[in-house]
Structures are given as C-alpha cells and as structure tokens.
Design a binder for this molecule. Structure first.
Ligand code: NI
Length: 153
C-alpha cells in the first residue's frame, strides 16, 4: 500500500466525469488499497479516485465502521432530508452546510466483482452522495447553502 497525493481544488481532474471500471484487475485492487490508506492518513470520511488523479468510478468511505469500497456505484433510491456540515479532503479548511437525503441505497460492485446493494443513513448517506458526485466532476461547494467558520463552531 502507498499513500497517494490528494489533488486540491482548482485541478481540472476534479471536474471531469470518470469512466466505468470494466475489469477489476491488480491495478484496481492496488488503487483501492492505496485510497483506503490515503483516506485514513488524512483522517477523511471518504475519498474518490479523481482526488488521487485517477478518472475511474471508484471511491472509498469510512464513517467509523470500517472501510467500504465502491466500484461503479450508483444511487438507486433515496429518501428523507438532512442538513449538516460537509467538507472535502480536496478543499482543506472549508466547511459548509449541505442538504442531503437521510437514507440512500447504492448499487455497486465490490472487489470480487459482485454487484451488491448498500444502504446508508445519516453520515453514510451523506458520504455516498458526496463521493459519487466526485465521479461526475462535482464538488460539494456548489451545494453549500451556508459556509461555516470552524473557529466559531
Ligand atoms: Ni470530497
């Protein structure tokens, strides 16, 4: 495993649409492992492949219950609403309130290539939305309704 460099806001790679993963080979598994290590080292809740400069539909998430790997994820159902603070490892030091669904169901492939469905509530639902938007070149900044000053919170 290796820690990769996290791309920061302003890099054009963050605004591109990522390609589907067609074959889960050794390079993809290495990328997943590196992304998990990079996310953990940065104390992040999630990391999408474009944030390490790779335009593939891959993301990792850890809301504290252990890492989740997403390959070609899609949101297939969502309900409810939540408003809360959000940040991004590519936009260090910036936090803002973003409205997200409270419950999200994602269809994704796992590292064995199986298609599975994952259900997330609260923070995990938020992380699913945030990371999957990265794969379509969107940052959370465009959804912020109010920027938060971490010094005041
Ligand atoms: Ni992010």
């Amino acid at each position: 495993m290796a820690i990769r460099t996290i791309v920061k806001r302003g890099d054009p790679v963050l605004s591109k649409t990522c390609r589907e993963v067609e074959k889960i080979d050794e390079r993809i598994l290495q990328l997943l492992d590196d992304m998990k290590e990079t996310m953990a080292a940065a104390n992040g809740v999630g990391l999408a492949a474009p944030q390490v400069g790779v335009l593939k539909r891959i993301a990792v998430i850890d809301v504290g219950d252990g890492p989740i790997e997403l390959i070609n994820p899609k949101i297939i159902a969502q309900s409810g609403r939540q408003n809360g603070a959000e940040g991004c490892l590519s936009v260090p030091g910036v936090f803002g309130e973003v409205e997200r669904p409270m419950h999200v169901t994602v269809q994704t492939q796992n590292r064995d290539g199986e298609t599975v469905q994952l259900v997330g509530h609260e923070l995990l639902a938020r992380a699913f939305c945030h990371e999957i938007e990265h794969l379509d070149g969107k940052l959370f900044l465009s959804r912020v309704t109010r920027f938060l000053d971490p010094e005041e919170e």
